[in-house]
Design a protein around this ligand. Structure first.
Ligand SMILES: NC(=O)c1ccc[n+]([C@@H]2O[C@H](COP(=O)([O-])OP(=O)(O)OC[C@H]3O[C@@H](n4cnc5c(N)ncnc54)[C@H](OP(=O)(O)O)[C@@H]3O)[C@@H](O)[C@H]2O)c1
Length: 257
């Protein structure tokens, strides 16, 4: 009898997640470890990395940490290389991202540089690094955390929206360029999830009412609901999917009014 249920587990895989110590990155890194992957956690704060590593050790896989700012992606790459991890990278998640919600007419060059180099430049050059290892094996999974803001117009800050749209286009272009090397690259476009990035906004009851009224499922997201999509995209179950953006948004992006 043929079996049609594909494999969702990540046993024997090495997965790297940027911005892995809080919010969405933490949820994804934790779900990966629970699914059996060795995980490389990347963020800027040593104490948070240490705490997160201790937390994930309950799953019995290898957990590695690298502290660094994705804006200085070369330093992160150097630190990963120094670790001399035996396996090469199978799964890479570009999750680290920031937003500065200035009105368009007030955006400074400094803000522009900071958002662009964190959300876009860091993601591109770290992807390039991971893809070189994946190319050698002829298999790999890259996941970019974009946003609903990269697809529809929101009042979230124009530079942030531009970087998130760029991640969607980077996903499509690299899927085309690397498909023949077995590298699958997809993006996730979250709507609102409770994290430090959205904490202040989600304390405003009127704002939350407005968000929920534009969301067919009538609530904001729960972090495991987003992590599940990341596990799917990292696993063999999604091997015929590349260049796509999956909106984990309670249906928000289908809303026509
Ligand atoms: N939350 C949402 O509703 C939502 C919706 C759409 C899209 N997103 C996207 O999802 C991603 C994660 O957002 P989040 O809400 O989980 O954010 P968060 O709660 O602020 O967490 C950000 C994580 O990234 C790390 N980080 C930030 N800047 C970094 C840098 N330059 N280099 C390395 N690590 C860095 C932070 O740790 P350190 O500060 O210690 O470095 C932290 O671990 C972002 O790309 C965001 O745009 C979020």
């Amino acid at each position: 009898m043929e079996h049609y249920l594909p494999s969702f587990h990540l046993k024997g895989k090495l997965a790297a997640v940027t911005g892995a110590t809080r919010g969405i990155g933490k949820a994804i890194a934790s779900a990966f470890a629970e699914a059996g992957a060795d995980v490389l956690l990347i963020s800027r704060t040593d104490s948070d990395l240490k705490e997160m590593k201790e937390e994930l050790q309950q799953y019995g896989t290898n957990i590695y940490t690298v502290s660094g700012d994705v804006q200085h992606y070369d330093e992160i790459i150097e630190k990963i290389e120094q670790k001399k991890i035996e396996s090469s990278i199978d799964i890479w998640v570009n999750n680290a991202g920031i937003n500065i919600r200035s009105a368009a007419e007030d955006v400074t060059e400094e803000e522009w540089e900071q958002i662009i180099s964190t959300n876009m430049k860091g993601a591109f050059f770290l992807t390039q690094y991971a893809a070189r290892q994946m190319k050698e094996k002829g298999y790999g999974k890259i996941i970019n955390i974009s946003s609903v803001a990269g697809h529809v117009a929101l009042r979230t800050g124009v530079v942030y929206a531009m970087t998130k749209a760029a991640l969607i286009q980077m996903t499509k272009t690299l899927a085309l360029e690397w498909g023949n090397h077995g590298i699958r690259i997809n993006a996730i476009g979250p709507w609102y999830f409770p994290t430090t990035l959205t904490e202040k906004l989600l304390q405003d009851e009127e704002y939350v009412k407005d968000i929920v009224s534009r969301t067919p499922l009538r609530r904001i997201g729960k972090l495991p609901e987003l992590a599940g999509t990341a596990v799917f995209l990292a696993s063999e179950a999604s091997d015929y999917i590349t260049g796509q953006t999956i909106f984990v948004d309670g249906g928000m992006t289908i809303y026509g009014f």
